[in-house]
Design a protein around this ligand. Structure first.
Ligand code: FAD
Length: 486
């Protein structure tokens, strides 16, 4: 973790928002000799839409052609295999089926095949119900568009990998820091004002997700509105294995539809919906949406066992009023928008970052940083190792023999590494999203207290100062004297 910040700070590039867009841009800019600061109001990176999504690296087959999001989606998808190698995050190519549930939906598949061809999505074809049965025995459909290049990843570990790599290449992260104003003088951006102090910057990148229109307004260039659309997901227990590919219905004007799909960590999930919400930061879930999602999925996966749902989460999409990504210079010199980054923003992030580096290059001289290291290597998860590999890990470090999260088999050594390597976790949720401790069937019932104890010990602070997700989310008020044994 970085040394404490002393304000005012001066930098070349200030990035507002540490989601996948901000972190990828920071990482790509760290290839050059630049002072880069990334400002995030939350206590950790990957806290907005980048946390609450389905983790699909979309093929681009169900994205409308001749849009920026379609082009950047297909370009981004192709870059994931080498990125996963370079940055040690999990990735698997599983493919997807966009299904016609009945005869009347069949003509949509022909149109989607044309979209796929226009978007240059490789190897797409329409398959019949017999082939669907062979590929996905639990799916009921009359035909489908098969797109083999859809991949799945863990969105959290992907963004943490980008942030770690940016951090290790010299990017300064200001967490728990809210941007409150943008200073513009004589038509040029000069500084970002935050609740902790001032950051002088030559270029400011607005990657603030659902709040991007408000940040643009601070700079006096609110030329678009964000329409926040919430999507809820429901996670099934690992023993329920319904599908091995992402199964989508035909898309609507606003969403790719409610689907059923495998996660990279072995769960099947159902969702999302796409409802407009008033509160952009409200990621609550509701019984009524859950029931609607179950009803929809049962139309094409009738054997869905709804009693096996173990967790729910939601994310809010930053849909722009134009419906497309908004990436580019503005009337304020040096103020760049990376806004309206709705789905498939996670997929498109490598191509978005490349595009933004070119925009920055039009404002600042970019010279290569000879110290830049593209790799961020991390070992395989203990849970994914063979018995022999586990024995070797334990022989090397006995802390691997202490299993802290039993459901997801996370060791004490992995939790310690999550605290001390790279940007480093500071909260219980920070540990959860880096290691999966607390993401299994018991949802942290067994391990949460033990994770808190390790955090307190490693960060050298009392247990009462450990938080769930930063700020004032304390879990422990103090000791109960009558029960204390130590
Ligand atoms: C339900 C759902 C499902 C999705 N599924 C997929 C999928 O399967 N595949 C895919 O490719 N994409 C998917 N997406 C889209 C993808 O998640 C987003 O496109 C992507 O995460 C956007 O990243 P971002 O960095 O632009 O925004 P965010 O991740 O939202 O980051 C913006 C950050 O800015 C910070 N911020 C805001 N205001 C301020 C301020 N004033 N000061 C400081 N910081 C501030 C926020 O705290 C936040 O961390 C999905 C999205 C949702 C919501």
């Amino acid at each position: 973790m970085d040394a404490p910040a002393h304000f005012p700070i001066s930098c070349d590039v200030a990035i507002v928002g540490a989601g996948v867009s901000g972190c990828f841009i920071a990482r790509e800019l760290s290839r050059y000799r630049l002072e880069i600061v990334i400002i995030e109001r939350d206590s950790d990176v990957c806290s907005g839409a980048s946390k609450g999504n389905g983790g699909a690296v979309h093929s681009g087959a169900n994205t409308e052609p001749n849009t920026l999001k379609a082009r950047l989606c297909v370009e981004g998808n192709a870059r994931f295999p080498s990125l996963a190698e370079e940055l040690s995050f999990p990735l698997k190519t599983v493919g997807s089926l966009i299904i016609a549930r009945n005869e009347s939906e069949k003509p949509h598949l022909e149109q989607l095949l044309q979209w796929a061809q226009a978007n240059r999505v490789p190897d797409c074809r329409i398959i019949d119900s017999a082939e669907i049965k062979r590929l996905e025995p639990n799916v009921k459909a009359v035909a489908a568009l098969f797109a083999p290049t859809l991949r799945i990843t863990c969105p959290h570990r992907f963004v943490f990998a980008l942030a770690d790599n940016a951090f290790e290449n010299g990017v300064k992260f200001l967490l728990d820091t809210t941007v409150t104003d943008i200073e513009v003088r004589r038509g040029k951006v000069t500084a970002v004002i935050t609740d902790r102090g001032r950051i002088n910057a030559k270029v400011v990148i607005n990657a603030a997700g659902v709040h991007a229109d408000r940040i643009a307004e601070m700079a006096g260039v609110r030329d678009f509105d964000i329409i926040p659309r919430r999507g809820e997901y429901y996670v099934l227990d690992k023993r329920v294995q319904l599908v091995s590919r992402n199964i989508f219905p035909v898309p609507t004007k606003v969403t790719k539809g409610t689907c059923v799909f495998p996660s990279i960590d072995g769960n099947n999930l159902i969702g999302p919906n796409a409802d407009i919400v008033d509160d952009r930061d409200d990621t609550s879930t509701s019984a009524s949406v859950k029931e609607a999602i179950i009803r929809t999925v049962k139309q094409f996966v009738p054997s869905l066992p709804e009693g096996e749902i173990i967790a729910a989460f939601a994310g809010v999409r930053a849909t722009s009023d134009s419906g497309d990504f908004i990436i580019g210079h503005t009337r304020v010199d040096g103020f760049i928008n990376v806004a309206g980054i709705q789905s498939p923003g996670l997929t498109a992030s490598p191509a978005i970052a490349e595009m933004v580096v070119n925009l920055v290059g039009e404002k600042l001289r970019l010279t290569r940083n000879p110290k830049f290291r593209p790799e961020r290597k991390r070992p395989k998860r203990f849970a994914d190792c063979s018995v022999e590999e586990r024995k070797a890990l334990i022989a090397r470090d006995a802390r691997h023999s202490r299993i802290v999260c039993r459901c997801e088999m996370v060791t004490e050594k992995e939790i310690i590494d999550a605290i001390h390597l790279g940007l480093g976790a500071r909260t219980i949720n920070g540990i959860k999203f880096r290691t999966r401790a607390g993401m299994g069937r018991c949802q942290g019932g067994f391990c949460r207290f033990r994770v808190a104890q390790i955090l307190a010990r490693e960060l050298n602070k009392p247990l009462t100062e450990v938080t769930l997700r930063g700020r004032k989310s304390f879990l422990f008020a103090g000791r109960v004297p009558q029960l204390s044994t130590t």
